[in-house]
Design a protein around this ligand. Structure first.
Ligand SMILES: [Zn+2]
Length: 380
């Protein structure tokens, strides 16, 4: 992995950190510090976010003389909660502030957006189609973190390979345009593609969605798994009404089994509008271009003494969660808090690394399982 080598060598960082290291070295100063990663606000009025990217941070710090405490991959976070605390001599990790934040901010942004979409999509199928909006060097990263946030499938071949799942896709407009007709393209797909791949017809290329839907259903009958609408905004009108009309027309003709998928410009709010009429959603730009969770990383202790810049609270802190009322409690490290409700308290902050040795590992599948369990407690 070329870029990780550059990160480890301290090249993918801001120059002022490297200059600081040089100055401290010349001055013979290298204190033992505690640095804390926290966000003070969440984007777009979010009430919560999901913390991801920590596995990558641990890989970066592996082997260094540092201890790391923090949230597990996929943990829910709220503003002002320290999600990661790193302890060690400043010279051993200070230069990594830039890549550490970059890893956490983008990953958490994507996973948060995916889980927000999952919350409004409920049990409906949710797919990540956003690779085309971002540089290909980060396609697999986008899909991995979207998957952790609860999407059911992803479209990029390499991402699926890494996640150990099958990539998901339908029919592009290009195939229909080249073959000249929606039904012709669908029949060709059916002739060539393996039996196990669901037949999902794209029905918005040439004609009206309703009549195209009836045509593809009549052509493939019970073999037709679903139809997808990707109608451009300029031609869309009321998408919900169009879907209802299609469903009714297919139903009375005996094609009630045909699932209806929507894609194109969707986010958690549009999914909410459509979730009672649509069976599945392909989400693109809003996932891959998800707003980052803007964490910052600051010194909170030097040589064991609390110290911090203005506007930040000093000293190492840990986060607890009340199992009864859900209250989150942030206390100075070592303190045992109690919830006013008297409920049992659970520690959210965990020890993740001891002297460079990684103590916790999570697979994307495990993280996805954990985030999905939380869906019923969350709202957007
Ligand atoms: Zn409580």
């Amino acid at each position: 992995m070329g870029w990780m080598e550059d990160v480890k060598q301290g090249k993918l960082t801001d120059i002022y950190f490297e200059r600081s290291q040089e100055i401290l070295k010349k001055e013979g100063v290298d204190p033992y510090v505690t640095m804390e990663v926290v966000t003070h606000t969440l984007p777009e009025g979010y009430k919560w976010a999901v913390f991801t990217g920590v596995s990558e941070v641990l890989s970066l710090l592996e082997g260094l003389p540092v201890d790391v405490y923090g949230f597990e991959e996929g943990e829910i976070l709220f503003p002002e909660e320290p999600v990661l605390t790193i302890k060690g001599r400043y010279s051993s990790f200070g230069v990594y502030e830039t890549p550490i934040l970059g890893m956490l901010c983008q990953a958490s942004g994507i996973t948060t957006k995916a889980l927000r979409c999952r919350v409004t999509a409920g049990e409906k199928t949710l797919l990540s189609f956003g690779a085309r909006r971002m540089h290909p060097s980060i396609s697999t990263l986008i899909d991995r973190y979207a998957y952790m946030g609860g999407v059911d499938g992803i479209s990029v071949i390499k991402s699926a390979e890494e996640l150990g799942i099958k990539p998901t896709g339908t029919i592009p407009h290009a195939l229909i345009l080249i073959l000249g007709d929606t039904v012709k393209a669908l029949l060709a797909f059916d002739r060539v593609m393996d039996e196990g791949i669901p037949r999902i017809a794209l029905i918005d290329t040439f004609g009206d969605e309703k009549f195209e839907a009836i045509r593809v259903a009549e052509a493939l009958k019970e073999k037709l798994y679903g139809i997808r609408l990707d109608t451009p905004r300029s031609r869309r009108g009321d998408l919900k009404r169009i879907v209802e009309e299609i469903r009714q027309e297919l139903g009375i003709r005996g094609y009630g089994h045909v699932k209806i998928f929507a894609s194109g410009g969707l986010d958690e709010y549009k999914i909410k509008e459509l979730s009672d009429v649509v069976d599945g959603f392909g989400v693109g730009t809003s996932l891959s271009n998800a707003r980052t969770i803007d964490f910052s990383m600051d010194i909170v202790e030097i040589e064991g003494k609390p110290v911090s810049k203005k506007g930040k609270s000093s000293g190492m802190k840990e986060v607890y969660h009340c199992m009864r009322c859900g209250e989150r409690i942030v206390v100075p490290s070592g303190e045992e808090p109690a919830c006013p409700c008297g409920g049992k308290i659970e520690k959210v902050t965990q020890k993740l690394m001891e002297n460079g040795r990684i103590m916790m590992k999570w697979t994307p599948e495990q993280v996805r399982g954990k985030t999905l369990k939380r869906v019923r407690f969350l709202s957007v």
